[in-house]
Design a protein around this ligand. Structure first.
Ligand code: PLP
Length: 380
């Protein structure tokens, strides 16, 4: 079955008792057991819940098979991956990553005696040179956040395989519609389900998807032991989000492409960061690993300082000033003061998160309305 057919029919079996075409939401926290010390498929909802399982089944299918685990948030899912490691291990992450992941790695994971280094995963030689004998996990994003950098996933996966290091990828921006990292050699895919999968700014969730059963079992053990699982109401909304994911992502990508082209020819804008533009340094790689479109996220730099950039972000009417992304409504933000405020000024300078940078999450509104909205804000 094709992607969008699986999104609707896998993990969404009709209810055998009533014939309801949408599976019921199972809110029960506990399940009757066949006997003392005997276990059915479900016993306690932290360990497993039918509604959560439905969502996991659909998502695993969309990522190309394997096993999915659903979490309370994207950060809970990423934390679970880091808990595979022990004191003395090392994590090497790409330089263009979500600010919350940066904070987790540098302010929480490091407390367990796990060393963390960031290096540009777009530059394979530099990235590989940052691997040490203690490196146990590589962590990348593509497109990266907030600079929309493109990492060659196949190439990084080859390095990881050769050195027997796990490769985890935060694929929240690309979604399985555009990139399926497991098929390109990654070991673990992470999603902030809060973003495109949920798609309507009304749920928090996270997910991990893996191909290897042994790895799945290790992650499941940590998830069950630490407890940050997705709730059934969120799982229901996430399943509903998956059904329209492909349609939304393709349409959002179309509008983002048109906005990127429009911004690129505007003299008030100094730089547009969008992998769909042939001028983007990662365009060719993106084309080879993204399925026919480049996503709904784009960044650009205005000519001006922090205050001018802030003013532009505060002047749009349709683009709402908010962090997060991936929903039907368009959002605008200033990474330096919002999504990446957890980087100090020196780190922002090192990683190219300038004061003039603006990040857009393009929603499902009409291109013309979004363009006019940005035009008005840039003129402000
Ligand atoms: C790329 C990316 N990864 C991970 C996260 C964290 O996800 P959550 O907010 O669901 O914990 C975010 C949230 O903004 C994100 O943008």
């Amino acid at each position: 079955m094709h992607f969008r057919t699986r999104a609707i029919h896998v993990g969404n079996a009709r209810d055998p008792q009533t014939g309801a075409v949408v599976p019921p939401v199972h809110l029960a926290s506990t399940f009757v057991q066949p006997g003392a010390g005997e276990w059915g498929e479900f016993d306690y909802s932290r360990s497993g819940n039918p509604t959560r399982k439905n969502f996991e089944t659909t998502l695993a299918s969309l990522e190309g098979g394997g096993y999915a685990l659903a979490f309370s948030t994207g950060m809970a899912a990423t934390t679970c991956v880091t808990q595979l490691l022990s004191t003395g291990d090392h994590i090497l992450a790409g330089a263009d990553i979500y600010g919350g992941t940066y904070r987790l790695l540098h302010k929480i994971v490091n407390r367990a005696g796990i060393e963390v280094t960031l290096a540009p995963s777009t530059d394979l030689a530099k990235f590989e040179a940052a691997i040490t004998p203690k490196t146990k996990l590589l962590w990348i994003e593509s497109p990266g956040n907030p600079l929309m950098s493109i990492t060659d996933i196949r190439a990084v996966a080859a390095i990881a395989k050769q050195r027997k290091i796990l490769l985890g990828m935060d694929s929240s921006f690309a979604t399985p519609v555009l990139t399926r990292p497991l098929e390109l050699g990654a070991d673990i895919v992470m999603h902030s389900v809060t973003k495109y999968i949920g798609g309507h700014s009304d749920l928090l969730g996270g997910a991990l998807v893996v191909k290897d059963k042994e790895l799945r079992d290790k992650l499941y053990f940590i998830q069950n032991a630490t407890g940050a699982v997705m709730g059934p109401l969120e799982a229901f909304l996430a399943s509903r989000g998956l059904k329209t994911l492909e349609l939304r992502v393709r349409e959002q990508s179309r509008t983002a492409m048109k906005l990127a082209e429009w911004l690129a020819q505007d003299s008030r804008v100094s730089r547009v960061l969008y992998a769909g533009l042939p001028s983007h340094p990662g365009h060719a790689v993106a084309k080879s690993q993204m399925d026919g479109a480049f996503g709904g996220m784009l960044s650009f730099e205005v000519r001006g300082d922090f205050a001018k950039t802030k003013k532009v972000c505060e002047s749009t009417k349709l683009f709402q000033l908010a962090v997060s992304l991936g929903a039907v409504e368009s959002l605008i933000e200033q990474p330096a003061s919002m999504s990446h405020a957890s980087y100090d000024a020196a780190a922002r300078a090192t990683f190219g998160i300038t004061d003039g940078l603006i990040r857009l999450s393009v929603g499902l509104e009409a291109f013309e309305d979004l363009r006019d909205d940005l035009d008005g804000a840039l003129a402000s």
